[in-house]
Each structure stands twice: as C-alpha cells, then as structure tokens.
Design a protein around this ligand. Structure first.
Ligand code: SAH
Length: 397
C-alpha cells in the first residue's frame, strides 16, 4: 500500500492551488514507512486526497507532488508522458528560433520537481536534485532514450543543493557515449555556441539568457561594450554581431574566457574588436573608474548572489555596488543591461536596487525594457518560484 502524509489542519490550501511543495512543519503525521524518494499520497487533515508525490525525510521540503490527478500512477510511463509533454511544449520555439540547444524540462514548472534537463545537440544533460528524481533516474533515462534515440545522456548532478535532500553529488555518463568532438549548439537562427558539458557551469551553459543576448545585440551598433561576468562570452558574440566597435569580456574564470575566444572565432567575428580580461569584476569596475574609462553599453550578469534568505541583504549590497559602478562608467545615453538570477530577488526589489544605484551615481536613468528567462524556462502558474531570472535595460543620461 502507498504510504501517506497527513497535513496539519489548514495546510492543504497551497496544495489545493497546485503548489507542489509540502514543508516539514505542514506535516501532521506519516502513515507507513516511506524511504527517501518513495511515492506517498498527500492528504488533508480531514483525509481529503490532495496529490501524489515523493518523500524527502531529510529535506525541509518533506514531499513534492508528482501529480494532482488521483488516477495517475507514478511509474515509467508517467515520466515518459511528462517529458513528451515538455518536448511538445517547446516544438514551436525550437522550430522558430532554429534551436539545437534548449531546456527540455524545467523541474517543478514542467511537473517534475527536481528534474532539470537540457539538450545540447546530440547530448542530453540531466540534473537530478530531489530524492524523487534520484529514485526514478532509470525511468528518466529510458524516457529520454526513447525521445532522443542515439543521443548521449549525461548527468550533471554535481551541485551542493543535493545535500539538502540527503544526496551526494554525482556526475557521469548515463547512456550512449560522449562525442569526441566539441559540442556545438545553434540558437537565434545561426549563432553557434560551444558547450562544455562535463565541466561547464550548471548543465554546461546559460540557455535562459538566449532572448536577452539577442536584445543586447540590438544596442551595440558602433558601440564600446563591456560584458561583465561574461562566462563563455556569448553576450559578447551578439555584441560583435550587432556591430560593436569594441567588446571587453570580463570573467574570473580562465577556462570560460578560453571558450569565449573560441565562440567568437566559431562565429567568424573580428577578434581584433574583442578583448578577454581575466579579472574580478568588482575590482575591474573600480580600476576602470579610476582610469577614467567609459563605455556605451554594459552587461552585468553576475552569478547568483543569494542562495538563501539569510544571504539576501548581502546580495542586495553586491547588486547595488556593481550597478552603481556600471552607471558611473556609462557614457551619457549609454545602456546598462543588468540581471539577477537569484530566485529570492523579486523584480520589484531588483528595480529598487537599480534605481538606488543610479541615484548614488548621480545619473538620470530610464527603464527601456524588462527582461526575463527564455520561454523554454517556463514558470508554472502555481509555482511563482519558477521565475528566477530578471533583467532591466536601462538608459543613463
Ligand atoms: N553572462 C553569462 C553567464 C554568467 S554566469 C552568459 O550569458 O553565459 C556568472 C559568471 O561570473 C561565471 O562565469 C563566473 O566565472 C563569473 N564570476 C563570478 N564571480 C566573479 C567575479 N567576482 N568577477 C568576475 N567574474 C565572476
């Protein structure tokens, strides 16, 4: 018999709204002896069936829902159905933008909590971050093998958040063989990007910024561009394609910058207009200020500054600092494209921080565009936490 979890009275509300998480403090009692990853029915205090999910004994999120349909069983076929749905939902986008790299499955927002899957040409990369995902690894691989016959399936679950679920970091081949030649994807109809599947960030690349890269390119004709936290330099690729007179890509990671250079070459761009600076952006921006450097376009796409609520204040100071420095370096009429990928940072708070940064820099500034994650990173309407990437295009006078 399936184990079950009965909630504290009143704690059924979020599940009735199809939010997929059950926090430990919402659990009144557990019937049966479920192990990590086992399927459990979730019941209200009065015994009403709410959802079917998986148990995570060590996590503060004690259970996450696989399905809100009482007749749906959790088996191999369930994972195939979910992933088929995810793929169907992306077909138009893939076709319209000529994508060979895209997010196939955005975890909770695609009805598979803790399961992130990115496709890079003939390599499918999985990140399994929950006990349920861990339990059903084989079923997920079987589903992917049937959806992508002949593809290499590679796991990149080498991330610290797995600890919260009591899981160790993992990475390696799950099916097929890794191609010997470098993995290259195409996006926005013809832009080519090298992907470091085995050691790149996240699953290898930041697919979520695809639309924003294209938008950035539109502001760069004849401009001097500073691409901060450049990683593999793809904002820089679009800037050069957009006609920038010079692009400085800055990142601490030497290996990321090496790929950045190769990405510029791969797109047959004029490398004499590109520079690659290995530097701490916080220091570099101050050095540029002291040297009296200035730019027409600045991209600020830093790593996640806030991993937890406790870090949010510090994160706000970090965002304020780099945004203020960027405003100080912008020529009159210059454009800042500034981002936060911290889920805990709301759009409103981020806008306030950017406004404060402009104020401290003594600049008049206008928001021209509001930016978000690309459409293959959808946000479940019942799961607003799925909205993590936000950006602003700001003109400073
Ligand atoms: N803009 C990139 C993604 C940026 S990810 C893209 O579109 O693909 C964040 C990057 O910031 C990483 O490459 C990391 O190496 C770099 N980084 C983190 N802290 C840094 C710092 N203090 N100075 C410079 N780079 C930093």
């Amino acid at each position: 018999m399936t184990s079950s979890i009965t909630l504290v009275a009143g704690r059924e509300k979020s599940l009735l709204r199809r939010h997929p998480w059950v926090f430990s403090r919402a659990v009144d009692r557990v019937q049966g002896q479920p192990n990590a990853g086992d399927t459990v029915d979730i019941l209200s205090h009065k015994g009403q069936w709410l959802g079917r999910g998986f148990y995570s004994p060590q996590s503060q999120i004690r259970a996450r829902v696989w399905t809100f349909d009482r007749n749906e069983h959790i088996d191999e076929a369930f994972f195939l159905r979910r992933l088929e749905r995810a793929k169907a939902g992306r077909e138009d986008l893939i076709h319209e933008q000529g994508l060979t790299g895209y997010r196939l499955c955005a975890a909770e927002s695609d009805g598979l909590p803790g399961v992130t899957i990115d496709v890079y040409a003939n390599v499918v990369v999985c990140q399994l971050l929950s006990t349920g995902a861990e339990r059903w690894r084989k079923a997920i691989v079987a589903a992917l093998t049937s959806l992508y016959p002949g593809a290499c399936i590679y796991e990149r679950s080498d991330v610290a958040v797995r600890k919260k679920e009591g899981l160790k970091e993992r990475k390696g081949l799950l099916a097929g063989t890794l191609p010997t030649e470098p993995v290259v994807i195409e996006e926005n109809n013809g832009v080519r990007i090298l992907i470091d599947v085995e050691t790149g960030h996240k699953t290898g690349f930041y697919l979520d910024q695809r639309d924003n890269r294209r938008i950035a390119g539109r502001y760069c004709q004849g401009k001097r561009v500073l691409n901060c936290f450049s990683y593999t330099g793809t904002f820089g690729v679009y800037a050069l394609k957009g006609g920038a007179s010079e692009v400085v890509n800055a990142d601490v990671s030497e290996s990321a910058l090496a790929l950045a250079k190769q990405n510029a070459e791969l797109n047959q761009l004029d490398l004499s207009r590109a520079r690659f600076e290995q530097a701490d952006v916080f220091k570099l921006l101050r050095e540029y200020r002291e040297q009296g450097e200035s730019f027409d376009v600045i991209v600020l796409d830093p790593p996640k500054f806030a991993e937890s609520k406790a870090q949010l204040n510090g994160a706000c100071r970090g965002y304020k600092d780099i945004n203020m420095l960027a405003f100080q370096l912008l020529n009159p009429g210059g454009v800042l494209l500034t981002f936060s990928c911290s889920g805990l940072m709301t759009s409103d708070l981020f806008q306030k921080i950017v406004a404060d940064a402009a104020l401290d820099a003594g600049r008049d500034a206008q928001i021209l565009e509001r930016l978000n994650q690309a459409a293959d990173h959808p946000i479940g309407t019942a799961y607003p936490e799925g909205h993590y990437l936000k950006g602003l295009v700001v003109r400073a006078w």
